[in-house]
Design a protein around this ligand. Sequence first.
Ligand code: KQY
Length: 373
Amino acid sequence: MACTVEGIPRSHGFRMPGEFEPHRGCWMLWPERRDNWRLGAKPAEQAFTEVASAIARFEPVTMGVSAGRFRQACACLPPEVRVVEMSCNDSWMRDVGPTFVVNDSGGLRLVDWQFNAWGGLNGGLYFPWDQDCLVACKVGEIEAVDRYRAPLVLEGGAIHVDGDGTLITTEQCLLNPNRNPGLDRREIEELLREYLDVRTVIWLGQGVFNDETDGHVDNLCCFVRPGVVALSWTEDRSDPQYPISTDALKRLETATDARGRRLQVHKIHQPDPVLISREECLGVDRVEGTLPRREGDRLAASYINFYIANGAVIAPQFGDARDPAALAALAGLFPDREVVGVYAREILLGGGNIHCITQQQPLGGTRREGRAG
Ligand code: KQY
């Protein structure tokens, strides 16, 4: 059995590793909501199966599935994907799952954040979210990993770390009054330091235009390795994304990380605007309290929302003319990994992308040379 650990990870020698560090495997959740995924979630299930299959070529994948969908998910997924029964309100493992932390002697624990469905009753995306709140704990029980309960509303997609003391996030999300209204920037930074063992927090402003998560950083910018980030970009000055990306660029170029390095920023041009079609929005069940899908609404499409697996990068594709350039850019940034594109429009229609539906479980910590205490 796993237990709840009193105290804070930093003082016990635990830190959140970068996603590019070695993994034990990847966790996902099967699409659940008919008021989020169109056509009874059939197209989404196909897309989730493609993502799981792509990742499973490189590391073990576990899919959590609610009881009612269990047999059907088993029939869809390839045998190399482990399927476990796990209730959830929907399928966003990045946000409802644990954040794993490691220490230098092979220990692994997890941080179980507070979750309020991206804003609770003040702009949240659905109600209720009681089952989502149990997911991190259930993952810990299955893996026998002890957990810290963090007194902070935070989704995994709201942060990226370099594993070397630096975290990036957005003001739009983490300072949003619908997450932690009682905490100011300094108090939030202190909790991030304590629970993830980071020393430097780099604040970007807004997330990707129209991102319904209130601007998760994982759709805008991520670490490729310490000192190097990728940023979603547009050259179109009339696009509402332009001021967002230029502001982020300015902040990244003037920031220094926890080791005093200047960041190298690589721009990856976004696809042309992706809009919801009439047919797509008609396929979604309308339920009061869930963010409605409307014809013509722009989706927050970005190539940054990729998953880094052992030896691979699994990247979203949109059927856009810029898809090949994005894959080539990622191949240049990750020369030692295979870059695998997965057509991800169906995931985007649900409000996120590949990074949002995955959560890495790192290998237990290994001693890394040169790491400052
Ligand atoms: O991390 C994410 N992008 C989650 C989005 C939730 C969308 C619910 N419609």
